[in-house]
Write a protein that binds this ligand. Structure first.
Ligand SMILES: [Mg+2]
Ligand SMILES: [Zn+2]
Length: 197
């Protein structure tokens, strides 16, 4: 059977958005994020990071350094008994000086490429899944893959909300934080469950 997933943006959703962090030392995980991810793990929902990292294409951070950040991020979540089922990133930048990363790609959110890869790797039903993020492109990505889009008011969330309203985008939920988003998702899942009387 196909699985449900919660796709998560990284910067501004799981950790503070500081622009282009070059090492794990610049990553400040929001204190509630560990609990949020652990709750998703315990509920049996796949937890998948999808992050645009054009800092690679821009030459601001090396791909190796990004993978190191993600390894350390996973280790810090493991200490809190939480894990990610997948971490996907888009390294591309349309005007990259490096031809390897100069691409008008299908994986940069709002394009669906990272989700399509995760669907293959992890056997996900995106229509029964959720996307949580703080930027307009996160929400449009969620809509592109037919997942339920949840805006998080951390990061750029406050700026994104009026932009989304202007576009007439319908959000499944507006969450104060990632933890609030997760609590809402788990309530929705409870309501959907056929076992409930
Ligand atoms: Mg973000
Ligand atoms: Zn890409």
């Amino acid at each position: 059977m196909k699985k449900k997933a919660v796709f998560l943006d990284r910067d501004g959703t799981i950790n503070r958005d500081v622009g282009y962090p070059r090492s794990f030392h610049s990553i400040e995980v929001f204190s509630y994020s560990f609990e949020a991810v652990r709750k998703l793990n315990e509920a049996g929902l796949l937890t998948v990071i999808v992050t645009n990292q054009s800092g690679i294409g821009r030459g601001l951070i090396q791909e190796k350094a990004l993978r190191d950040i993600h390894q350390r991020l996973e280790a810090s979540f493991a200490q809190h008994h939480a894990h990610f089922d997948g971490i996907y990133y888009c390294p591309h930048y349309l005007f990259s000086p490096d031809p390897e990363y100069r691409d008008d790609c299908q994986c940069r959110k709002p394009n669906p490429g990272m989700a399509l890869k995760a669907v293959k790797d992890l056997n996900i039903d995106t229509k029964k899944s959720y996307m949580v993020g703080d930027k307009v492109e996160d929400i449009l990505f969620g809509l592109n893959i037919q997942a339920r889009p949840i805006l998080c008011l951390t990061g750029f969330g406050q700026e994104s909300l009026p932009k989304l309203k202007e576009k007439g985008v319908e959000l499944a939920y507006v969450a104060k934080t990632l933890l609030d988003a997760v609590d809402w998702i788990l309530q929705e899942e409870k309501n959907d469950s056929p076992d409930q009387t």
